[in-house]
Design a protein around this ligand. Structure first.
Ligand SMILES: C[S@@+](CC[C@H](N)C(=O)[O-])C[C@H]1O[C@@H](n2cnc3c(N)ncnc32)[C@H](O)[C@@H]1O
Length: 328
């Protein structure tokens, strides 16, 4: 996979202020989820990456799909022909399976017809003998009424929410229904797999027409952040980096800016850039972008490599070899 010509004058960017975090309100929200660690803010960078690739990629593989904003954007904006979305979480899987099975419109109608109160939500989500469509509905309910959209155990209901509207503060039935109705238009171009993302990377790694957007849970080096957000957070990060090394096409990976991650990226000869983003508390932080060739990201600061330590072989001087050195 070749990239378009990188900037001939990358030094022109030097001295230019680092780009500001993306205003997510300017990005079309295609995902029905409010997802912890969601990558809506990454959409402009994703678009820039795809357009830097010389030949339009046919397939996008997203091995840690979550709310799927990147895959959905790629389809709606026709950046690729099809996507393979992979996610282990069974609640999330129920939603993507329902969409792919052709039941997105059913889900839209179910949402519109539901009268949401705390009691009706509790009654609905405590039903266990449900089919995949109803499980998908339960997932959307939990995602919209639990604190932070977090589906992992231990998350409680929204207490005060926006405008003191409590449990209803993130329930926008009209908007959600529209998103599912829109998803019905691209459903045929989605392949969904409830499998291990690393295994699916290996499956597609030899395909030169495949590109990968890789956004794993941020748990490298025992980091806790990713642990309380997802049911599935135990990942062998070394194994993930080794899988990326086998990719023939191109990939882009996002991670937290952690030393353990940078060490693995360096060990595999990948490039890194730092990109600003606003977290849920509106604080600006930097995340790592990792890839094979990131010259199209010249406006972002590169991660500086530690200074190499040079060991010089001690050459015996005349003095050290015992011979007298003549003074000139
Ligand atoms: C950082 S989130 C992805 C967020 C996503 N990019 C978005 O914009 O919504 C990581 C996701 O990976 C999933 N996951 C964790 N381990 C996995 C594995 N081995 N295979 C597939 N998915 C996995 C988690 O359930 C979580 O949804």
């Amino acid at each position: 996979m070749t990239h378009k010509q990188p900037s001939l004058f990358p030094e022109m960017y030097q001295g230019v202020a680092t780009p500001k975090p993306v205003n997510v309100a300017s990005i079309p929200q295609r995902s029905p989820f409010r997802y912890p660690g969601g990558k809506t803010w990454f959409v402009p960078t994703f678009r820039a990456w795809i357009s830097s690739i010389y030949t339009k990629p046919q397939v996008l593989v997203e091995p840690f799909a979550g709310g799927g904003i990147i895959s959905l954007t790629a389809l709606f904006e026709r950046l690729v022909d099809r996507v393979v979305m992979v996610e282990l979480d069974e609640d999330i899987a129920a939603v993507w399976t329902t969409v792919v099975d052709g039941n997105a419109k059913w889900l839209a109608k179910r949402i519109l017809e539901f009268d949401l109160t705390k009691e009706s939500v509790i009654k609905e989500i405590s039903r266990s003998d449900v089919d995949v469509k109803e499980k998908a509905f339960q997932t959307i309910l939990k995602n919209r009424t639990f604190h932070g959209g977090i589906l992992a155990e231990g998350s409680g209901f929204l207490k005060y929410g926006e405008n003191g509207k409590g449990i209803r503060s993130r329930w926008y039935p009209g908007t959600l229904a529209r998103r599912f109705n829109d998803l019905a238009f691209v459903a045929e171009s989605i392949e969904f797999r409830q499998e291990d993302g690393i295994a699916v990377i290996h499956e597609y790694s030899k395909d030169r027409n495949a590109v990968f957007f890789i956004d794993p849970p941020y748990t490298a080096g025992g980091k806790k952040a990713g642990k309380r957000l997802y049911h599935h957070c135990d990942l062998d990060h070394e194994k993930l980096f080794a899988a990326c090394k086998t990719i023939r096409g191109d990939f882009l990976m996002t991670y937290d800016n952690a030393e353990e991650v940078k060490t693995m990226a360096r060990a595999h000869g990948f490039q890194m850039r730092l990109i600003p983003m606003n977290n849920t508390h509106h604080a600006t932080m930097e995340e790592l972008v990792i890839g094979k060739e990131l010259s199209w990201m010249d406006q972002y600061p590169a991660v500086h490599e530690p200074k190499a330590e040079y060991k010089t072989k001690k050459v015996p001087t005349k003095r050290s070899s015992g011979r007298a050195t003549a003074r000139r």
